[in-house]
Design a protein around this ligand. Structure first.
Ligand code: ATP
Length: 474
């Protein structure tokens, strides 16, 4: 058990350190001492995140004829969150250690003891905690003290104010930063149908920021207070719910396989206790090395007609759909797919991270760290590396870079030894390194090194772009 913990902690440390050292992810506001569970994305992290987002968008919108896009505002009318049940109801159960002041999620504590507190009441949770307390098993994971409070609810909603500064303290100016992106989809359902003349079933997809005042925030970018979600709400007649739900489950599962995740790394988690309006709920869990096991990355939920019914009721606007075939009106039912973009960044980093033995220039061996991303997700596709800083090599290398960068995210690097430059590109997961050497001046060819096999091939400069295009599409 303790060995496993060490493995996972070591792995997390390696990922966090690489992410910072190589410009993927930085702790936010570090020069002011940082802010818990808030992170910034550097050059490579931004590109990796954008590539994951684009891969999701491609499969959810571009390749389909039944899903359209949306980008709704973070601020929404405050009644939105009353209608959805978030105001007053979006809470986590919190337990504090009286000795060291650490905070925990009570449902997570119970999970460790095999008790599911999913959608359970505070009474249930406290009764289960009391059972553990009675046998001395309820301990602070930080300091070991048994002096823990009982669970109380903690709202996850993040408040803000809008209006003129003098109005700031007025209750009616309080707005919430959205805790999930799908609220915006429900509010724009009618405009989307009316403007695009959509017929059921269809989906609306969006990517955007969401905010939650998370109690426990110690898992790097797995759980943060500001994060991005990629959500798709599929509107349909309840008679086709089962069929569409099963199809979407399969579609989302295949997406992970498409981008290099293997069947053994993901699994389904079935929610046994459902919200009263829901008919089915599954999560896709990924086996994180850095978190020591399977954790949720995506939820796929059949939500009934709850969302549109509530917004219809609270806004007074009719959100029903007129079915031309039957001549009847009904409130569409919804199934959703909801995934955290930042969580996927961690998943792909965790999946791609490898340490391998690799030969050095002088014939000995060293350990190389390499991020074996799917090529489409890799932040940089090609690096152009002149063997030396000699002017004639620089000139050819820069010409190659100037051509390639028009089509691929390409990097030019002439600092330090070629070995060090290869290692640097391995660490950011660049699939191909193009080396310009002295021979290039005679044979008009370059060496292309493959990130994964480290094999090198001599390629004529005239055919280089085509060669890389084909390789990157493999
Ligand atoms: P949990 O129970 O772990 O707090 P949840 O089940 O409430 O999460 P959902 O509301 O279903 O999560 O959110 C859908 C997806 O959004 C999750 O699968 C996850 O990928 C992502 N997500 C939710 N909260 C966070 C967060 N604080 N940081 C990063 N991603 C998040």
């Amino acid at each position: 058990m303790s060995e496993k913990k060490n493995d996972k902690e070591q792995m997390m440390e390696k990922i966090v350190s690489l992410a910072k050292r190589r410009g993927f992810v930085f702790p936010s506001s570090e020069i002011y001492g940082g802010m818990a569970a808030i992170y910034d994305y550097g050059h490579y992290g931004t590109m990796l995140k954008n590539n994951i987002r684009d891969a999701w968008w491609k499969h959810m919108v571009q390749l389909r004829d039944d899903v359209v896009g949306l980008d709704s505002a973070i601020f929404m009318h405050p009644t939105t969150w009353v209608a959805s049940g978030h105001v007053g109801g979006f809470n986590d159960p919190q337990v504090d250690c009286r000795k060291c002041k650490s905070r925990f999620r009570a449902d997570h504590i119970l999970e460790e003891f095999g008790v599911s507190a999913d959608k359970q009441t505070l009474e249930f949770i406290n009764a289960e905690l009391d059972k553990l307390r009675a046998v001395g098993k309820l301990k602070c994971a930080n300091c070991g003290s048994t002096d823990l409070t009982s669970a109380k609810t903690f709202s996850l909603m993040v408040k803000s104010n809008i209006g003129s500064p003098t109005d700031e303290l007025k209750e009616e100016n309080v707005v919430y930063l959205r805790p999930e992106t799908c609220g915006g989809i429900y509010l724009e359902y009618k405009n989307t149908v009316d403007s695009l003349h959509l017929k059921l079933p269809f989906g609306i997809a969006q990517v955007g920021k969401a905010f939650r005042n998370e109690i426990v925030a110690r898992q790097f970018i797995f759980r943060t207070r500001e994060f991005e979600q990629m959500e798709m709400q599929y509107f349909l007649h309840p008679s086709v719910m089962k069929e569409k739900y099963d199809r979407w489950k399969d579609t989302r599962w295949q997406w992970y396989l498409e981008y290099g995740i293997s069947e053994s790394e993901i699994r389904w988690y079935k929610h046994e206790k459902l919200a009263h309006y829901a008919s089915e709920a599954y999560d896709i869990e990924f086996n994180f090395k850095a978190l020591g096991g399977f954790k949720e990355v995506e939820g796929i939920h059949a939500r009934g007609d709850w969302d549109l019914s509530q917004h219809s009721k609270f806004s007074g606007v009719d959100l029903s759909y007129f079915d031309e075939k039957t001549g009847k009106r009904f409130i569409p039912h919804i199934m959703e797919t909801s995934v955290g973009l930042n969580r996927l960044v961690l998943m792909f980093l965790d999946h791609a991270y490898q340490e391998e033995k690799a030969p050095t220039a002088d014939g000995s061996e060293e350990t190389r760290v390499v991020l074996k991303f799917d090529k489409r997700l890799a932040p940089v596709k090609v690096a152009v590396l002149p063997l030396s800083k000699k002017e004639d090599l620089q000139k050819v290398a820069k010409e190659i870079w100037n051509t390639l960068k028009l089509n691929f995210q390409t990097e030019y690097d002439e600092t330090q030894s070629i070995g060090k430059r290869y290692r640097r590109q391995d660490e950011i997961g660049t699939p191909y390194c193009v080396t310009v050497d002295f021979e290039t001046l005679n044979d008009q060819a370059v060496t292309v090194r493959d990130r994964d096999s480290m094999k090198q091939e001599r390629i004529k400069i005239t055919g280089l772009e085509e060669y890389l295009k084909e390789k990157l599409a493999e």
